[in-house]
Design a protein around this ligand. Structure first.
Ligand SMILES: Cc1ncc(COP(=O)(O)O)c(C=O)c1O
Length: 438
């Protein structure tokens, strides 16, 4: 493990002890601690230009900047993932401001908001005018689905693998406005890009207006090929809304390249922000097709996608924490992060493929998958696997899917702070259970 010799950087234990003792550091000390962390990442970046994978000093150095308990192997980034120290520091600084000087919370902190929007826009290759700062993916999905003017009888296509965060607003829209929802089966097993696009194309009718699809499919880990899907949909005059709850921090995102109309994400799963901050991207050319949902006076004067920012007092601390999470990601590099996550997932899939009776529901193609891998072992209850690896290795994974849909299994995340040795522990545990099935 790389030793961090910057004097202002606390060990994980010291850091947690300080916070627990209630002697929260001053804003200046927290800022200095962050500067030390970035200095250390810059210096290991210089040492490991191309050679950071699969394990070793580079990623151990990065892992040391996370706050989760030392012996916890966190391989589930669903719901929420862990936070790097700089993000936690920034959050504490913002909350400290509210405790000590609430005047600054409304006079000073909101001044940072546009800078954060700019940074997030650059991170996803979009214009700041196309970025709304929501609270989470579900909110973004609701904003688009409820904000579009659709008439009774209009159709929306959705995949058979949508998350409740999308299914909820779709069901409400259908019931309230007589919209017809059509389900398109895309697997598992998942075929190739062309087949996925063809499945949607075949379901389009003259009444179809919108495709709603998970970019990061929570049940199987498929990464839906949005670029190809958007191209086909636009040729047919349709809009595409992507639920990419896991997208920020799991892969290098480029909105211009994807050509998508609407894109929602939750940075607290893979990018290390606190819960309560989200992304809604709305492509410039389609912004006038969507009404904002949560407004205060002045909404109609807001420039670009800012009109989709929820109104009322915002938790500025979350927006500042997002700023810091973007700095942390940028310092490592989003391409390097994607490569690391996919390398670990590839190692996991290769190991899983050797286990008897095991079926992987995630595509092996790295274009159609990233850091979520789902599998099932014939005759073995997925909950047994989850409990066994938790008890034996303190390793967290989760069950996913349903028996009726044939998707019931275990889902594993391979984030940047996990090592191949930890992936091997999981493989050892699954292999042992699979070989001792009764
Ligand atoms: C694909 C997908 N969509 C939507 C959601 C809901 O996300 P949130 O609760 O952050 O809005 C999740 C949560 O894990 C998800 O995996």
């Amino acid at each position: 493990m790389i030793k961090n010799d910057h004097p202002s950087v606390f060990s994980r234990r010291d850091f947690v002890r300080t916070i627990l003792a209630g002697t929260a550091l001053s804003g200046a000390a927290l800022a200095e601690a962050n500067a030390g962390i970035y200095q250390s990442i810059t210096s290991i970046n210089a040492k490991f230009l191309d050679d950071e994978a699969p394990d070793g000093a580079y990623w151990e150095g990065i892992r040391a900047h996370y706050l989760f308990e030392d012996d916890l192997i966190m391989m589930n980034n669903g719901t929420v993932g862990p936070m790097p120290k700089p993000v936690f520091n920034r959050l504490m600084r913002a909350f400290r401001t509210q405790a000590e000087n609430p005047y600054d919370v409304y006079n000073f902190l909101p001044g940072f908001r546009e800078g954060v929007r700019d940074k997030l826009a650059a991170f996803i290759n979009a214009s700041p005018d196309e970025v709304a700062l929501t609270s989470n993916t579900t909110e973004g999905l609701n904003f688009v689905i409820h904000g579009l003017d659709l008439k009774a009888g209009d159709e929306i296509l959705m995949s058979n693998l949508e998350h409740p965060g999308g299914l909820g607003p779709l069901g409400l829209k259908a019931r309230r406005h007589g919209i017809v929802l059509k389900e398109v089966r895309i697997g598992p097993p998942h075929k190739d890009t062309a087949e996925i696009v063809r499945s949607f194309e075949a379901a389009i009718s003259s009444r179809t207006k919108l495709i709603v699809v998970s970019h990061t499919v929570f049940i199987t880990g498929l990464i839906t090929p949005l670029r190809e899907l958007s191209r086909m949909a636009h040729e047919k005059g349709l809009l595409v809304l992507a639920d990419s709850a896991h997208g920020l921090g799991i892969m290098s995102l480029d909105m211009k390249n994807l050509g998508i109309d609407f894109f929602c994400s939750s940075p607290y799963k893979w990018m290390g922000t606190p819960t309560g901050i989200g992304l809604l991207y709305v492509r410039k050319d389609v912004q006038d097709k969507v009404w904002p949902t949560v407004v205060s006076t002045g909404w109609d004067k807001a420039a670009g996608a800012r009109k989709f920012d929820p109104s009322g007092q915002r938790a500025e601390a979350m927006i500042l924490a997002l700023d810091e999470a973007l700095d942390f990601q940028n310092r490592i590099g989003k391409v390097r992060i994607e490569r690391r996550i996919k390398t670990l997932a590839g190692h996991l899939k290769q190991g899983l493929a050797k286990i008897p009776g095991l079926k992987i529901n995630t595509p092996s193609d790295p274009y159609l998958s990233a850091g979520l891998t789902a599998f099932a072992v014939e005759g073995l209850d997925p909950a047994r696997i989850v409990d066994y690896v938790r008890e034996k290795y303190n390793l967290v994974v989760r069950t996913i899917g349903s028996k009726e849909a044939g998707t019931l299994g275990v889902r594993v995340s391979t984030p940047i702070y996990i090592s191949t040795k930890e992936v091997d522990l999981l493989l050892e545990g699954v292999d042992r259970l699979a070989r001792n099935r009764t």
